[in-house]
Design a protein around this ligand. Sequence first.
Ligand SMILES: *Cc1c(COP(=O)(O)O)cnc(C)c1O
Length: 447
Amino acid sequence: MSMIPLCDPTSCVAAGCTATVCVGKGIANNHALYTRSAEAIPGGVNSSIRAFKSVGGEPYIVARGEGAHIFDVEGKRYIDLVQSYGAVILGHAHRAITSALVAAASDGTSFGAPTPREMKLAEAIRERVPSCERVRLMNSGTEATSTAVRLARGATGRKKIITFHGNFHGATDALLAAGGSGVATLGIPGTAGVPEEAVANTIVVPYNVVPEIGNDVAAVIVEPVAANMGVVAPAAGFLEGLRAACDKAGALLIFDEVISGFRLGLGGAQAKYDVRPDITCFGKVIGGGLPIGAIGGSRSVMEHLTPIGKVFHAGTLAGNPLATAAGLAALNELTPDVYMELSARARQLATILRDACASAGIVAQFPVVGTLVGAFFGNDIPTNFDEAKLTNEKMYATFFHAMLREGVAMAPGAYEALFVGVGHDDAVMQQLGEAAHRAAASAVRAQ
Ligand SMILES: *Cc1c(COP(=O)(O)O)cnc(C)c1O
């Protein structure tokens, strides 16, 4: 299975290799490539969490992926539970995606004019998510949340935004008042570079409690299933309560379904919990592993966007032919049966990890919400960010490295979800179980 050729950038170049993908002329080395990357890219990464800062050590450099597996440049194979932080759901290099991309690429990669593929993806989202009568495509989840906030402010003529502690909405200034994911991992409130003014109208409240909503509030933005502080399910009545409170205050309800959209099921969290938001943010799965974002909502709200309304949105690569081709190919594969299987796999993953930790005497919980699995190294499954922060981050880091040595890649941060995809079959899960038991035993010894 391990057929990745070895590659060292220095010797490859010296040997005269001009291939952009390794063709096996040199000697591979994660450390050498990471060090070289850091000379060109701050910290050697293009998304901060990838640098392993919160778990220690240095990242593996991925040469390629196939199904449930990734291969680093040294030829080591890992069972991948990162799956591009949930963007990849069919497994790596799935044939449906690859062939859709080849076809789209040979038609040209971007035009600056409308194309049939973007229309089809928007239609596919609209068909599956009834609250999305209109869909606008863009390039990232971050762009989706920032556009959703602008749209809500423009549509209501109000300024204030309510967000929830431990929810993560991407690198959007107004939404970086305090957050989960990388921000929580680094333990800093917000981030440098965001002036107070940028978050002056952002109110951060605890997750799973319906807040007071004043009639100066434009929108409440929420992860309907929180998946950036581990995985935290919405409490019974929470989402319905938000809907009712928003209606009463005349505020819009924004569901950030960048992770949960097309991950929990065809209709996302809003179908699972039967609560209809005014605006939905998408990303990740709808791009089939390519850069994408989208917002959807009722016709009346969405038509506040330019060119019909007055809320500006534009993007050179928005509705990109390759991203929409890959996204459409992914959505076409995602039948209800696939979600049934993914849910079963998610439960199986949680059981495997629970058993492995229990048999080694590690205190850990692995909450499952649909197809999403969280890892919490503590006693009680968290219901909000304060509880999520009680996780034993040191234990996570120790377990993470033990798993990595055993050939299982989890996200290098204690607050990320674990992802299974279509590629995680019986054989993979069997290997994962054996690896997890060995890893848990060695993590205990390493303490
Ligand atoms: C990943 C994520 C984002 C940001 O999406 P990007 O494509 O990384 O910009 C926003 N919201 C949630 C809930 C996410 O998980």
